[in-house]
Ligand binder design. Structure first.
Ligand SMILES: Cc1cc2nc3c(=O)[nH]c(=O)nc-3n(C[C@H](O)[C@H](O)[C@H](O)COP(=O)(O)OP(=O)(O)OC[C@H]3O[C@@H](n4cnc5c(N)ncnc54)[C@H](O)[C@@H]3O)c2cc1C
Length: 155
C-alpha cells in the first residue's frame, strides 16, 4: 500500500469491519473481460470465507466457473464531507477464490451463516424460507474462500 500511514494493520480491526459489513462488491475476470456485482454476505470466521445466496444461473456464475479468482471490497462509508472534498471511510480489499456450493449440508450451513450475519431474528427467516430440505433446491449458494485481506482508512 502506497499510503502505509492509512493502512489498517490490526487484524482484529479488519475482521471487525468484515463482521459489520452487509454487502461486498466482487470483481471477476474471464478471458480479459472484467465483471463486477454487489452481493449481501455472511462471514464465516472459522472457515475464513464469505457465503452468498443467489439464483442458480447468471453472469457471475459463468464468470467464477471459468475463473474462480476474485477481488472484492467492503466499505464502511462515513459520508462525504461537503466543502472539504473529503470522504472518511474504512475499507477492505479481499482476494480469494469463489465457488458454487452444491453439497446440501454446506448449503444449509452457508445460508445459516448468511442469516446469522444479516438478520436480527435469523430463526424466523429460516423457518419461513427453508421449512424443509426441498426449499434449499430453489436457492444457489456461493462461497468465497479468503486468501488475503488488506484494510485502509481515509479522512
Ligand atoms: C446492495 C446489494 C445487495 C445485493 N445482494 C444480492 C444477493 O445477496 N444475492 C444476489 O444474487 N444478488 C444480489 N444483488 C444483486 C446483484 O448485484 C446482481 O444484480 C445479481 O446477483 C445478478 O447477477 P448476475 O451476474 O447473475 O446477473 P445477470 O442476471 O446474469 O445479468 C447480467 C447482466 O445484467 C447486468 N447487471 C447485473 N446485475 C446488475 C446490477 N446490480 N446493476 C446493474 N446491472 C446489473 C450486467 O451488466 C450484466 O450484463 C445485490 C445488489 C445490491 C446493490
Amino acid at each position: 500500500m502506497r499510503r502505509t500511514d492509512h493502512e489498517i494493520t490490526d487484524e482484529s480491526e479488519r475482521l471487525a469491519l468484515l463482521r459489520a459489513g452487509k454487502y461486498v462488491s466482487i470483481a471477476m475476470c474471464r478471458g480479459g473481460e472484467p465483471y463486477i456485482v454487489t452481493l449481501n454476505y455472511g462471514y464465516d470466521a472459522d472457515a475464513n470465507a464469505l457465503y452468498f445466496h443467489c439464483a442458480h444461473e447468471g453472469c457471475k456464475i459463468n464468470f467464477i466457473t471459468d475463473n474462480p479468482a476474485v477481488c472484492a471490497t467492503v466499505i464502511e462509508d462515513r459520508g462525504y464531507l461537503a466543502g472539504q472534498c473529503a470522504h472518511p471511510y474504512r475499507s477492505l480489499v479481499l482476494r480469494g477464490a469463489m465457488h458454487v456450493v452444491l453439497d446440501l449440508a454446506e448449503k444449509k450451513h452457508g445460508l445459516r451463516v448468511l442469516l446469522n450475519h444479516l438478520e436480527d431474528d435469523p430463526d424466523a427467516l429460516q423457518t419461513r424460507h427453508f421449512p424443509d430440505d426441498t426449499a434449499y433446491e430453489r436457492v444457489g449458494v456461493l462461497r468465497l474462500d479468503i486468501r488475503e485481506i488488506s484494510g485502509k482508512q481515509g479522512q
